[in-house]
Write a protein that binds this ligand. Structure first.
Ligand SMILES: [Zn+2]
Ligand SMILES: [Zn+2]
Length: 239
C-alpha cells in the first residue's frame, strides 16, 4: 500500500507553454510573476530574467517570428501554440527524448504518438482558422505529407499531396525544384496505387520542371524520372 500524499511519479513535460491570458503577468518560461521584460523581437513573450529568456529560446525561436506578425492585441490560441511547439521539437529530433518512469524503463514521445498524428491534429485545428495559403498551414501540410510517406500511409499521402501544390506554387513559384520533386514523389505514389493516368500527369509536370532545375543529365532525371515515365506511359497507352 502506498500512503496517501506519497509522491509516486514526477516527470518533466515534453513541452509546455504559458496560457495566453497570463502572458502579460507571468514569465513565459518559469511562470513567475517577478518583474518581467518583453522579448525585444516579438514583444509578445515576457521573461523574468535573461536566464529564462535564454532557456526558452530553443522553443521560442520559431514562434517568435510568427508572433511578430500578429496584429496588436491578438492572441495565439493556446492549442495552436502547444501543437506548434510539439512539431518544432519533433523536427529537431525530440521524439527520441526519453522519459524515465522507473530506473530501468523509459518511453519516448515517438512511441506515444506518430509525427503524422500530430500533423493531422494540427491540420484539424487549423481548418477554418487558417487560410489554405497560410504559410504555417502549408508547412504543416508539408510535414504531414512527408510523415505519411515515411510511415507508408499512402491514402494520407494521396490526400495531402495535391493540397500542397497551390501553397508550393505560391511560395516557391511554378518552376521551383521543390515543386518538381513534389510532383515526382506524388507521381511515384500514384503509380504505386495504380492511378496511372494521374501519375502520368504528375510525372510530366515533374519532367517540365526538373529538366530545367536539375538538367537531363542529373541521375534523378535520367534514371528515376525517366523510368517512372516510361512505366506510366506504357500502362496508360496500353490500357
Ligand atoms: Zn522566468
Ligand atoms: Zn520573441
Amino acid at each position: 500500500m502506498i500512503k496517501r500524499g506519497t509522491l509516486v511519479h514526477s516527470e518533466k513535460p515534453f513541452i509546455h507553454a504559458l496560457a495566453s491570458n497570463l502572458r502579460l503577468s507571468r514569465c513565459d518560461h518559469c511562470y513567475s510573476e517577478y518583474e518581467l521584460f518583453k522579448c525585444a523581437a516579438c514583444h509578445y513573450a515576457k521573461y523574468c530574467d535573461r536566464d529564462c529568456q535564454k532557456a526558452a529560446w530553443r522553443d521560442h525561436k520559431k514562434e517568435c517570428s510568427c508572433f511578430k506578425k500578429l496584429p496588436p492585441g491578438r492572441e495565439l490560441p493556446n492549442a495552436a501554440r502547444i501543437l506548434a511547439r510539439i512539431i518544432f521539437k519533433l523536427k529537431r529530433g525530440g521524439g527520441n527524448e526519453q522519459g524515465w518512469y522507473d530506473k530501468n524503463k523509459f518511453r519516448m514521445f515517438k512511441d506515444l504518438m506518430s509525427h503524422l498524428d500530430v500533423c493531422k491534429l494540427c491540420l484539424e485545428k487549423q481548418s477554418g482558422l487558417f487560410h489554405p495559403d497560410n504559410v504555417l498551414h502549408v508547412r504543416t501540410l508539408d510535414l504531414a505529407f512527408e510523415a505519411s510517406i515515411q510511415l507508408q500511409k499512402w491514402e494520407d499521402s494521396l490526400d495531402f499531396g495535391p493540397k500542397l501544390i497551390p501553397g508550393f506554387e505560391k511560395y516557391y513559384g511554378t518552376h521551383h525544384p521543390i515543386l518538381g520533386l513534389h510532383y515526382l514523389k506524388f507521381g511515384k505514389i500514384l503509380m504505386f496505387k495504380d492511378a496511372c493516368d494521374k501519375a502520368l500527369d504528375a510525372l510530366e509536370k515533374a519532367q517540365t520542371i526538373l529538366r530545367v532545375t536539375h538538367g537531363e543529365d542529373h541521375p534523378l532525371y535520367r534514371t528515376v524520372l525517366s523510368s517512372l515515365l516510361l512505366q506510366a506511359k506504357t500502362l496508360v497507352y496500353n490500357s
